[in-house]
Design a protein around this ligand. Structure first.
Ligand SMILES: Cc1ncc(COP(=O)(O)O)c(C=O)c1O
Length: 384
């Protein structure tokens, strides 16, 4: 724990977490795929309308499963945004893929769909999109390109559970999608994730990969009389204790989203004038996107102004954070030929973006304190 008065993130409970974890223990099922895992699967499938949802130990592992399901081989190319968390890319690189980095749009900070087509080659095996901050990528255009070139789309929807694009839930557009239930996410169990499967072709193999390469799921359903090793795989399923915790949060998803919507709207209203006066950018959410209210960020005019605001907030006991570093310029990115200037929007945004404290139970008083502290950074200081 640090000395900040107002943390960037805080573990928030919806009420029944301990009860359900106790229930799982009392019922004597702590390993994976117990009653609570099944409840989570059913809830996600029913609410989102996906063919199959499978809990995983993280979003990273759901992405690794996606790479295995798409049979990514050494030398295959995967189109990815450079502005993302390392797992979006690493899951495919782990299979030997070469990441082909695309830049982002300056408004939503999502992959620039206008760049994708010219990055496609005969070796392109997937387009991986990230719905940054839970605001949808331009899925109509992306899916049209994917169809034209017969390339599958994977959605990294770590931020975007229950967000929508033209009224359809994110995670239901690509053949596969990955969710995160990490502690920093709207709905969490500490560490966790889910693979969403939108095509029946992938369902059975996904069950096998997740269960160490065995057909244990078929055995449990009585479809085979013993289970055995049938494919490659790993252990991607979480304990039912984590699923019990998660189920308590998933059951409460509408009230969690309502709270976060209010936090987001309060920041947007409270900072609008200051941002306009200082030339600071606020998140842009297109009309046809219902966002997930995952985060609230500021785009400062420069790296030095961003760092100065972090320090300013720190002096007032408020923790604000930045992310990501451009992946094409990272040590690994450089090994794949990443060079300065390749993704100019990403490079600029990574220097200037700042995330404000955001969690389900952020109190009105604390949030007002953050808003006042940001505004006290001052027009002259921010614009300097
Ligand atoms: C876009 C994105 N993808 C993937 C991940 C990885 O999620 P997890 O920690 O559940 O593996 C994150 C983590 O925050 C993320 O921001």
């Amino acid at each position: 724990m640090n000395n900040y008065r107002i943390q960037f993130n805080k573990l928030c409970l919806s009420g029944k977490e301990l009860l359900y974890v106790a229930e799982a223990i009392i019922k004597g099922h702590a390993s994976g795929d117990g009653a609570f895992t099944r409840k989570c699967h059913t809830l996600l499938e029913a609410e989102l309308g996906v063919q199959r949802a499978l809990l995983t130990t993280s979003c990273t592992h759901a992405l690794e499963m996606a790479a295995l399901l798409l049979d990514i081989q050494p030398g295959d190319e995967v189109i990815v945004p450079s502005f993302t968390f390392v797992s979006t890319v690493n899951a495919f690189v782990l299979r030997g893929a070469v990441p082909v980095f695309a830049d982002i749009r300056p408004d939503t900070l999502n992959i620039d769909e206008g760049q994708i087509e010219r990055l496609i080659t005969p070796r392109t095996k997937a387009i991986v999109v990230v719905h940054y901050a839970g605001v949808a990528c331009e899925m109509d255009a992306i899916l049209a390109i994917a169809r034209r070139h017969d390339v599958p789309v994977v959605e990294d929807n770590a931020h975007g559970l229950f967000a929508r694009y033209k009224n359809q839930y994110l995670g239901t557009f690509g053949c596969l999608a990955a969710q995160s239930f990490h502690e920093t996410k709207n709905i969490s169990c500490g560490e966790g994730g889910a693979l969403l499967i939108n095509h029946p072709f992938y369902v059975e193999r996904a069950e096998i990969l997740r269960e160490k390469g065995t057909n244990r799921s078929r055995f449990y359903r009585g479809q085979v009389d013993k289970y055995t090793w049938v494919d490659v795989g790993s252990s991607y399923l979480p304990s039912d204790l984590l699923a019990a915790y998660l189920y308590a949060q998933l059951e409460a998803w509408e009230s969690i989203q309502k709270k976060r919507k209010l936090v987001w709207a309060t920041y947007a209203a409270g900072l609008a004038d200051w941002a306009r006066g200082c030339g600071v950018g606020l998140p842009i959410v297109p009309e046809h996107c219902e966002q997930s209210y995952h985060m609230f960020y500021l785009l400062l005019p420069s790296l030095s102004r961003r760092q100065a605001l972090i320090e300013h907030l720190k002096r007032r006991g408020i923790l604000s954070v930045f992310h990501y570093l451009p992946l094409h310029l990272s040590e690994m990115g450089a090994k794949f030929g990443g060079v300065d200037g390749q993704c100019p929007v990403t490079e600029s945004v990574c220097d200037r973006l700042l995330r404000l404290p955001f969690y389900n139970d952020l109190t009105e008083a604390d949030q007002n304190d953050v808003i006042e502290s940001v505004c006290s950074f001052g027009v002259a200081t921010a614009a300097a």
